[in-house]
Design a protein around this ligand. Structure first.
Ligand code: DGL
Length: 273
C-alpha cells in the first residue's frame, strides 16, 4: 500500500479493522510529498515506480492509498502491474458510496488540485449515478498542513471553512473526502459543513475491495493468524514514525528509509493542468 505521505494510513486503518490476519507493508513517499500540486505525468511516474518496488518486494496485492496517484495513474498501474498482482484503488469506491448516499443529487468533492484537475471523480460519479452533479473544490495546502502533524490551529480552521464555503453555498448533502489525508481532520470538516451533510471516504469500501480481490485470486491468509505490518518512507523515518503513530494510534516500530528517484519540488498552491 502506498501514499505520498501519512494520509494512506486512514486506508490502512480500515484494512487492519477488517482484515487483521493479513500482512501489510505501507510506503509513504514523504521525500516527494505533496503530490497534489504536481503535474500529472510526474505523479504517474512516481506511482508506477513505487508500485513496482512493492510488487518486486513480494506484495501479493497493491493498494493505491492516494487519490492524487489514483487519479493520475490507475490505468498506467493496471497496465504495468495488473498481470502480476490485483491493483485496488480509491476514487471509484467512494464515488459509488456518495451516489447511494445523496438524496438531492448534489455531491461535493474536497481534493487536491491534481485530483480535481484530472476529472476522475466526475467520471466515476457519472458512472455510479448519471443524474448526480459533482461540485469539486481544490484544497491547496490542506494535506501538507495535516501531514505536518502540528496542533490544530486557527489557520487550519479558517482553511477548512474557506474550502467548505462553496459546498455549503451549492447545497450539497454529501461530500466526498477525496484525499486520504482529510479523514484525519474529519470533525473539523463536519463542523465547517454542518450536521446535514454526510461525509464519505473510501474507508470500508476499500477494505471490502481488498478482501474480494484476495478471495477471487485465492490469496487470502488464514483467518486464525495475526498479521504483521511494517513501514517504509522516502523522507525522514523519525518524522514519519512520530506523526504516523499518532494518526494510526498504533506503534509503528522501526521505519525503513528508502531512496526514490529525485524530482523537482512541487509548485505549492498552484493549480495543475
Ligand atoms: N494523500 C494524497 C491524496 O490522497 C494527498 C496529498 C498530496 O500528496 O498532495 O491525494
Amino acid at each position: 500500500m502506498f501514499d505520498s505521505g501519512v494520509g494512506g494510513l486512514t486506508v490502512l486503518h480500515e484494512c487492519l479493522v477488517s482484515l487483521p490476519h493479513e500482512d501489510y507493508v505501507y510506503l509513504g513517499d514523504t521525500a516527494r510529498f505533496p503530490y497534489g500540486d504536481r503535474p500529472r505525468p510526474q505523479i504517474k511516474a512516481f506511482a508506477v515506480e513505487l508500485g513496482t518496488r512493492l510488487v518486486d518486494e513480494g506484495a501479493k496485492l497493491l493498494v493505491i492509498a492516494c487519490n492524487s496517484a489514483t487519479a493520475a495513474a490507475l490505468p498506467a498501474m493496471r497496465r504495468s502491474l495488473g498481470d502480476r498482482v490485483p491493483v485496488v484503488a480509491v476514487v471509484a469506491p467512494e464515488s459509488r458510496l456518495a451516489a447511494s448516499a445523496t438524496r438531492n443529487g448534489r455531491v461535493g468533492l474536497l481534493a487536491t488540485a491534481a485530483t480535481v484537475a484530472s476529472g476522475a471523480y466526475g467520471t466515476a460519479l457519472a458512472e455510479a449515478d448519471p443524474d448526480a452533479t459533482l461540485y469539486p473544490v481544490a484544497c491547496p495546502g490542506l494535506a501538507p498542513r495535516i501531514q505536518a502533524g502540528r496542533e490544530v490551529d486557527e489557520v487550519l480552521v479558517r482553511m477548512a471553512d474557506e474550502y467548505c464555503a462553496p459546498l455549503r453555498h451549492a447545497g450539497v448533502d454529501t461530500v466526498i473526502l477525496g484525499c486520504t489525508h482529510y479523514p484525519l481532520v474529519r470533525p473539523l470538516l463536519q463542523r465547517a459543513l454542518g450536521r446535514g451533510v454526510r461525509l464519505i471516504s473510501s474507508g470500508q469500501a476499500i477494505a471490502e475491495e481488498v478482501e474480494r480481490h484476495l478471495r477471487i485470486a485465492d490469496l487470502e491468509a488464514g483467518r486464525d493468524r495475526r498479521g504483521a505490518y511494517r513501514f517504509i518512507c522516502s523522507g525522514d523515518p523519525e518524522d514519519f514514525r512520530r506523526v504516523g503513530t499518532r494518526f494510526l494510534q498504533l506503534p509503528l516500530g522501526d521505519v525503513r528509509r528508502i531512496d526514490v528517484n529525485s524530482a523537482p519540488a512541487a509548485f505549492r498552491g498552484r493549480a495543475v493542468a
